[in-house]
Design a protein around this ligand. Structure first.
Ligand SMILES: [Zn+2]
Length: 77
């Protein structure tokens, strides 16, 4: 699915940031924050972003936390 700017005539580029915010919001709301209950009754996240590189785990977690806070107006959730 290709994104295209719908601005009429003069585009400041803001449309791209607005769309990016919608997409990142959806990434958390519709995927990463979704919890499901397993057959054993345990809650788990079926969709997650991770890395097998030990040195990258902490920086990735920090990045995701900051990304999430930016789409939640800085509120820690
Ligand atoms: Zn535009």
């Amino acid at each position: 699915m290709q994104w295209t700017c719908n601005c009429d005539g003069f585009c400041t580029g803001m449309c791209r940031y607005i769309r990016m915010e919608e997409l990142v919001t959806s990434l958390f709301k519709d995927f990463l924050d979704v919890e499901e209950e397993s057959d054993q009754g345990k809650m788990f996240h079926p969709t997650f972003i991770t890395t097998v590189r030990a040195l990258k785990v902490e920086p990735l977690n920090k990045l995701m936390a900051e990304l999430k806070s930016t789409v939640n107006n800085g509120d820690v959730v």
